[in-house]
Design a protein around this ligand. Structure first.
Ligand code: SAM
Length: 278
């Protein structure tokens, strides 16, 4: 009878974000595999959890992963946690989860805080499609190449960034994506100095440069996707056509809209027809 591996999310700042199920699970398992046992010991102490901890990070020798899988196979339930947030999300745990799954062990998520999702849910950028990019490279040349590859990505992009590199990275993004691209800046989420702002990349460079406190703590950047700018053009065209259609025929309104915006008359005409049919 093999046991179960619970992948347990822990708070990213505010300890009240610990879920009841996370506490129950961590109390009930035989062992907790943690990224850093000293960091997790403090969390466990806060919630009166006395389950033994063992280190499990992706740099462990593979025999440590084997040893943990053997314990699972013997029937010991186990939880996996990272220093903060959801394990495996720019955090260790992938190797253990993969090994457990390969041995037929049931892997059970115990969801909770995740900085990327908390940021996405609060910065006010489209959240229907997004790409989590994690940390960019620490090397400037590599970082610029990574950004170039993402330049035309239409989904909202989510990045984690270290405070000492935030200014440089945002400058690189403004350079590659354009200073007008919208960006959500989510700093110290759930903590005392929580800052959630939406502006353009150009404005964010100024914001961070003018206030050094914005270069401290933990930061998520949520960057609007490339087509969202096109969506805004569509919105402007709709506004213009809607106004023109109040006084003009479809033909005259689309001709004028095409003249004013530079878009093809056929496109404006088609959109004007759609708007009148609504
Ligand atoms: N596993 C974590 C999660 O679920 O979000 C992420 C761990 S990753 C090593 C740490 C990075 O996550 C930080 O550098 C920062 O970019 C982001 N982060 C974590 N906590 C945060 C918070 N409270 N506010 C803003 N960003 C945070």
């Amino acid at each position: 009878m093999s046991a179960q591996l619970f992948v347990v999310a822990t708070p990213i700042g505010h300890l009240d974000d610990m879920t009841f199920r996370a506490i129950d699970t961590l109390k009930s398992v035989s062992i907790i595999a943690a990224e850093d046992t000293r960091t997790s010991a403090q969390l466990l102490k806060h919630f009166n959890i006395s389950t033994p901890l063992t280190a499990c990070h992706d740099h462990n020798e593979s025999n440590k992963i084997d040893m943990l899988v053997q314990r699972l196979l013997k029937g010991e339930n186990m939880a996996l946690i990272s220093d903060a947030g959801t394990p495996l999300i720019s955090d260790p745990g992938f190797k253990l989860v993969r090994a457990a799954q390969e041995h037929g062990i049931r892997v059970i998520p115990v969801p909770g805080a995740c900085a990327a999702i908390a940021a996405l849910s609060s910065v006010g950028l489209p959240s229907d499609r997004f790409s989590f990019e994690g940390f960019l490279s620490s090397k400037a040349s590599q970082r610029l190449l990574q950004l170039e590859k993402l330049k035309d990505e239409t989904q909202t992009l989510i990045f984690y960034e270290a405070p000492h590199r935030i200014l440089e990275s945002v400058k690189n993004m403004a350079e590659v994506f354009g200073a007008d691209r919208p960006v959500g800046f989510a700093r110290e989420i759930t903590k005392t100095f929580e800052t959630i702002r939406k502006m353009t990349l150009g404005e964010l460079v100024q914001f961070i440069e003018s206030d050094h406190n914005q270069q401290k703590g933990e930061i998520v950047l949520v960057v609007g996707g490339a087509t969202q700018e096109k969506d805004m053009e569509q919105e402007k065209l709709d506004q213009l056509l809607t106004r023109l259609l109040q006084d003009l025929s479809v033909k005259a309104a689309s001709q004028l809209a095409a003249d004013l915006t530079g878009i093809k008359k056929k496109v404006a005409y088609q959109r004007a027809l759609e708007l009148t049919a609504q």
